[in-house]
Design a protein around this ligand. Structure first.
Ligand code: GLU
Length: 282
C-alpha cells in the first residue's frame, strides 16, 4: 500500500462517525455554547450527507451545557450533580442540534448508551438495529453516553472510546475525532518545542501510549490523548481508518473527507478475531 496516496482514499468512505468533544463546542471563557461553531459543524455534516455518506455524530457537551445553565461553573460536581447537569444539558444540546439540522431539512435523532448497551448481547443487537434503521431512514443519529444513569461502574469513561465502539458496532469505515489538539505528537508540544506532529500511524504500538501521556490541554471533557489512542486501537482493529484533528474549525471535516492531509491518520488494521466487548473498561 502506498501510504503517500492513502489520504485520497478517504474520499471514498461510505459510513463516517464524527466525534466532537466538549472543549470544541464550548467557549472557554464563559462555558457557554459556541453557536457559531455548532452551525458550522451541522453544515459540514449535512454536506457529508449530501455527498451520499452515512453520517453519525457522537457529541459530548451534555454535562458542560447543563453546568453552565445551572450556574455551577467553576465547581467540582458531585456524581449526582453531574447526572442532573447531563439530564438538563443533553436535552438543551439536542434541541439546538435538531433546530440547526432542520434549517437544512435534515432530521437528527438522539441515541444514548451506557457500557451495558454494548456489553449485553440483546441491548447491543438492538442498538445496532436502531442505528442501522435511522441511517436507512436518512436520519443523522446524535449519540452520547447516557450520563444521567451512568454511575462509575457502568460508564464508558469518555466519548473517544464511545465513538470508536459505535464505529465498530455499525462497521463504519472512518472515524474522525475532533478535539482541541491538531493530532498525535512525538512529545507534548506544550512542553517540548521540538515535538512533531505525526501524519500517519500504520500500526499502534506501546510507544504511542507513551507519546500520548498527558497531552490533553482541556479542562472540560474527559478524553486525553491516551483515550484517543485507545479509540484508535478499537476503530482500526474493527477495520476503520481514524483521524484525529483539531475541531476549532469544523471545515476540517470537508478537508479530511476530500483527502487533504490534516491531523493524524491511523490506518485500518482489521483483526479477524475482533470482539467489541473486549474493548470495554473494567
Ligand atoms: N458524555 C459527556 C457529556 O456529554 C462527555 C464525555 C467526554 O467528554 O468524553 O458531557
Amino acid at each position: 500500500m502506498n501510504v503517500e496516496n492513502y489520504r485520497e482514499s478517504l474520499k471514498d468512505k461510505k459510513r463516517i462517525v464524527i466525534k466532537i468533544g466538549s472543549s470544541s463546542l464550548i467557549h472557554e471563557e464563559t462555558g457557554e455554547l459556541d453557536l457559531y461553531k455548532l452551525e458550522k459543524l451541522v453544515r459540514a455534516l449535512k454536506d457529508l450527507k449530501n455527498r451520499g455518506k452515512d453520517v453519525i455524530l457522537v457529541s459530548s457537551g451534555a454535562i458542560a451545557v447543563g453546568k453552565s445553565s445551572l450556574n455551577l461553573r467553576g465547581r467540582k460536581l458531585t456524581l449526582t450533580e453531574k447526572e442532573a447537569c447531563a439530564a438538563l444539558g443533553q436535552a438543551q444540546l439536542m434541541t439546538i442540534y435538531q433546530k440547526l439540522f432542520a434549517e437544512y431539512g435534515q432530521l437528527s435523532a438522539q441515541v444514548l448508551m451506557t457500557k451495558y448497551t454494548i456489553l449485553d448481547d440483546l441491548s447491543r443487537y438492538n442498538a445496532r438495529n436502531t442505528l442501522e434503521e435511522l441511517l436507512k431512514l436518512n436520519v443523522i443519529p446524535v449519540v452520547n453516553e447516557n450520563d444521567t444513569v451512568s454511575t462509575y461502574e457502568i460508564e464508558f469513561g469518555d466519548n473517544d472510546r464511545l465513538s470508536a465502539l459505535v464505529c465498530a458496532l455499525i462497521k463504519a469505515d472512518l472515524l474522525i475525532l475532533l478535539s482541541d489538539i491538531d493530532g498525535l505528537y512525538t512529545d507534548d508540544p506544550n512542553i517540548n518545542s521540538d515535538a512533531k506532529m505525526i501524519s500517519v500511524v500504520e500500526k499502534i504500538d506501546k510507544k504511542m501510549y507513551h507519546m500520548s501521556k498527558s497531552t490533553s490541554t482541556s479542562d472540560v471533557g474527559t478524553g486525553g490523548m491516551t483515550a484517543k489512542i485507545t479509540a484508535a486501537e478499537i476503530s482500526t482493529h474493527s477495520g476503520a481508518d481514524m483521524v484525529i484533528a483539531n475541531g476549532a474549525n469544523p471545515d476540517v471535516i470537508e478537508a479530511i473527507t476530500t483527502g487533504k492531509e490534516i491531523g493524524t491518520l491511523f490506518l485500518a488494521d482489521e483483526k479477524e478475531a475482533f470482539e467489541i466487548t473486549n474493548y470495554l473498561k473494567d
